[in-house]
Write a new protein. Structure first.
Length: 354
């Protein structure tokens, strides 16, 4: 007998709550193009449906909310000349913008792993609920990419220089740190996330749905105390203040402290090209609207698809798993201004359009 394949993404409506469940637990709920398309169509419909007062998104399984986009599939597509390298990023960024502009409360249960594309489908929503197992990161410089999905909009707007630190190092945040930096809006103990759904499904959202969700999440919230990141906030702001990656590395190496040395070692392992275009995108994005940031990021994505480091990074981290990428160029000083600017060049008829 033929086996019925589980859908990659599930949708249901309970009361006035639309519920989305990312349903690839064995793949850490990594987003496929099909998932993005289904997500987009349901969000478009629910935005206009008066019977839906709010939308909630969660991840199936015990390990991840969403570990990002299915970059392995994009990697294979790029090697075969498949148009997925264009279409995937195009439609993913459209979905990010849809969530950012969604007219109703959009609640993400970001318990467990939430990275890259998973951040993109949560951080743009109105409510991000962390749990005891939350691990949030933007690790793209380790795979020859850059923090996309609107990262050039939300990262430079985090407190101080924390967004620059997160982007360049790929640092991993727990719930307390995500809450302190504003990537999460609430903390609810993991054991109560089912109660969050039940209470929202039974809620009367009335004339002020956002206030209803705020009150409910505040009632269920726990106290995490002070985040460990609080001890490093001053160091982050001081050591990641440089206008160039070289200046940041110089400051880290000159500091002499253990934490600064660890950060410098991390940067030494990252793609030099990725770090330089990442710093450039955040500097530009700090003064742009989200739509302009996503247009810029789409240009960057296509330059990366035509380059070397993305394919080498995915090979080293996800395919061969030797974690020994051979970046080209290999050193920061070899990444010249012309190469950086190439990542921001307009695409003519191929531009991302909303």
């Amino acid at each position: 007998m033929a086996m019925t394949q589980e859908p990659e993404i599930l949708f249901e409506q309970r009361g006035a709550l639309g519920i989305i469940t990312l349903n690839r637990p064995r793949a850490l709920n990594a987003l496929t193009l099909g998932m993005i398309r289904s997500l987009q169509s349901h969000l478009d419909a629910w935005a206009e449906d008066a019977s839906v007062g709010a939308v909630l998104i969660q991840g199936a399984g015990e390990k991840a909310f969403c570990a990002g986009g299915d970059v392995r599939a994009v990697w294979y597509a790029g090697k075969e000349g498949d148009p997925l390298t264009r279409v995937f990023f195009y439609e993913e960024y459209i979905a990010n913008r849809t969530i950012h502009r969604f007219p109703k409360p959009f609640i993400s249960l970001i318990d467990k792993v939430c990275m890259g594309g998973g951040v993109g489908i949560s951080v743009h929503g109105s409510h991000r609920v962390a749990g005891d197992r939350t691990m949030l990161a933007m690790p793209e410089t380790a795979i020859g990419l850059f923090p996309d999905v609107g990262g050039s909009w939300f990262l430079p707007r985090l407190p101080g220089r924390s967004g620059y630190w997160l982007s360049l190092t790929g640092a991993r945040l727990d719930a307390a740190a995500a809450l302190e930096l504003g990537l999460a809006t609430h903390y609810v103990p993991s054991e109560r996330h089912g109660e969050v759904i039940e209470r929202l499904a039974a809620a009367d959202f009335g004339s002020d749905a956002k206030a209803t969700v705020d009150a409910l999440l505040t009632e269920l919230s726990g106290d995490l105390g002070t985040s460990e990141i609080a001890a490093y906030r001053f160091e982050i702001d001081r050591l990641f203040a440089g206008a160039t990656v070289e200046a940041i590395l110089e400051a880290l190496r000159a500091d002499g402290g253990d934490w600064a040395r660890e950060q410098a070692d991390i940067l030494d392992s990252r793609s030099p090209t990725s770090m330089k275009i990442t710093l450039e995108q955040l500097q530009r994005g700090s003064e742009l609207e989200l739509e302009d940031c996503l247009t810029m990021e789409y240009r960057m994505s296509q330059a990366c698809m035509a380059g070397h480091d993305f394919y080498e990074g995915i090979r080293a981290v996800l395919v061969d798993k030797d974690h020994k990428p051979r970046w080209q160029p290999e050193r920061l000083e070899e990444v010249d201004r012309e190469l950086v600017e190439r990542h921001f060049a307009p695409l003519g008829e191929g531009e991302l359009r909303f």
